[in-house]
Write a protein of this length. Sequence first.
Length: 156
Amino acid sequence: MTTIPSKIDPTEQESTGRTRNLPWMLRLLSLSAGLFILCLFVVARILQPDEAGLGTHMQLGLPPCTSISLLGLPCPSCGMTTAWSLLTRGQLSLALQRNAGGTLLAIIGIAYLPASCYFFFCGRSTRGWFSLALAIAIASALGVSICQWMVRLSVA
């Protein structure tokens, strides 16, 4: 006769329940990612958006865009720092004009902040649906950025 376990092992909960417990290393990694994104938003808020829509990153001591310097053409990420800076000021439409993909990445970052806290403090996963949604959202934002870049190249 087999005995019935009195308690479900947390590692078996994935196959029987809605969530599974995360190891501490993944919990810390999730919190670190959330803190990194939060730091990006703080820096974006401190920076003054460039009037031309490009070059906000140069306030950090970074060089001008290599693509513009060498080819005279913007790269897909041109305007991304400006878009983040504008978004932190509530200027969504102007941020979308500067770099729509970058604006979408910032919005994804905003959505990830509470999720990183949930993963860290509750120590539970979402059985993969969150990771899939996050991957699709990031790929979509990058696709939008590339499409906007191609439009800019065809107009230039």
